[in-house]
Design a protein around this ligand. Structure first.
Ligand code: NAD
Length: 390
């Protein structure tokens, strides 16, 4: 086994660019082909990145392709991931892993049965900022974490995403679309969740697409809650308030996530990204920890409006493939994604039933990303800076 894997992407939409460009950061990843239900989309991406455009079943039948990245819409995640695993490919799925627990369990079982790698987004918790937070917590800097808060709140996707429709359907909304970033990093820091209670509402039954493209001016029917407040109790005893919204016009919460322990409070960076400073407040006062020098923490991605952010999408896939090569499990594992999915579905369920929902699955905290693994994952000729597609 060379440690470098030939990879095919299924799903050639908006996020394809980030995976295709950033694959150059990672030694284990060589993207060779792409496929989409819309063959023109696959042909376009293939031409843009010098890949082979194939049909979905052709890609799965291609014996030279060892791994698949599933970038389809959430409603297709379980079907495409199951097909890829059944074709003997190590598979990395965008989030959520599936829309139903039975499907997620089936995927984890399939991978286990056939000895294949299975991992899922988000992998931002492996970035420099959240790994530095993990280091502080494991070193006891916060004491015992008792409480916290997390906020993902904005005014939705239809202003920038050319195809916002799936994001307002069951299986998406802010809970299932953005919740994975928050809950995954919380589980990686605090361990598994015991139970969840929540309330949910929807401000707008219809939304209007304002993004450039063929859907501009079209109305989107909203079929899933777009605003929720949850209380998440971890098995450790920590209690975290989690708010999600695609409805609010703005908010004044200074930090996306805060954790409060018996010895200190930690303000984390945005779990949608890989980089960002941490603030810690303890008896001696407040201090800032810059994480720019950490592996996968340096800003490397120029956004269309000029901001330089840390973007290492593909890190979880690289780690999974490295795990396959070295006989260990993935950090962004299928089991982690399954547990996170159960928590997210429980947020929606609890709001419907008005009751606490107990979480049946559990998962070990993924191992911290050690320096030796981080070095192995990074390609020697990785570019220092990328420019986002417009
Ligand atoms: N857009 C983002 O900024 C972003 C960021 C992070 C994660 N994601 C996740 O990535 C995934 C894709 O998002 P996107 O924004 O690129 O969506 P998109 O709608 O722009 O693209 C999805 C693509 O998948 C194709 N597709 C759908 N079902 C398929 C199937 N059964 N077989 C083959 N192709 C199929 C569609 O034709 C489309 O080209 C989603 O799970 C989303 O949550 C998106």
């Amino acid at each position: 086994m060379t440690g470098r894997f030939k990879v095919g992407i299924i799903g050639c939409g908006h996020i394809f660019d980030a995976y295709a460009r950033l694959s150059r950061v990672f030694a284990p990843i060589e993207i060779v082909a792409c496929a989409d239900i819309d063959q023109r989309a696959a042909a376009r991406r293939a031409e843009q990145y010098g890949l082979k455009a194939l049909g979905v079943s052709e890609l799965l039948a291609e014996s030279g392709i060892e791994a698949v990245i599933n970038l389809t819409n959430p409603a297709s995640h379980a079907t495409i991931t199951a097909a890829a695993l059944s074709a003997g490919k190590h598979t990395y799925s965008e989030k959520p892993l599936a829309l139903a627990m039975a499907d997620a369990r089936h995927l984890v079982d399939l991978a286990m049965r056939d000895g294949l790698g299975l991992a899922a987004a988000p992998d931002t918790f492996l970035g420099g900022s959240h790994q530095a937070a993990r280091g502080l917590i494991d070193a006891g800097r916060l004491g015992t974490i008792k409480a916290g808060s997390a906020h993902f709140m904005n005014h939705g996707m239809e202003n920038w995403h050319p195809n916002p429709f799936p994001y307002y359907q069951p299986g998406a909304g802010p809970v299932l679309d953005m919740g994975p970033y928050y809950v995954t990093v919380l589980v990686s820091l605090l361990g598994p969740v015991r139970r969840v209670a929540s309330l949910a509402t929807t401000f707008f039954e219809e939304r209007l697409v304002a993004a450039e493209g063929p859907n501009r001016g079209t109305s989107v029917r909203v079929a899933t809650p777009t605003n929720s407040q949850s209380l998440i109790e971890f098995r450790s005893g920590a209690q975290v308030h989690f708010a999600t919204s695609y409805d609010v016009w703005g908010h004044g919460h200074a930090h996306p996530i805060e954790l409060h322990g018996t010895e200190g409070s930690l303000m984390l960076s945005d779990p949608n990204y890989f980089a960002g400073a941490l603030d810690i407040i303890a008896e001696g006062g407040r201090s800032r920890i810059d994480t720019d020098d950490t592996p996968f923490g340096s800003p490397n991605w120029r956004e269309p409006r000029g901001a330089l952010i840390g973007n290492y999408r593909g890190l979880g896939l690289a780690d999974m493939l490295d795990g396959v090569a070295h006989g260990r499990g993935a950090r962004a594992s299928g089991e982690l994604a399954l547990h996170v999915l159960e928590v997210l579905l429980a947020i929606i369920q609890s709001a419907e039933d008005g009751l606490f929902v107990e979480i049946g699955s559990s998962v070990e905290r993924p191992a911290p990303l050690d320096a030796a693994t981080a070095r192995r994952l990074k390609a020697v000729d990785a570019p220092a800076e990328f420019v986002s597609a417009p």
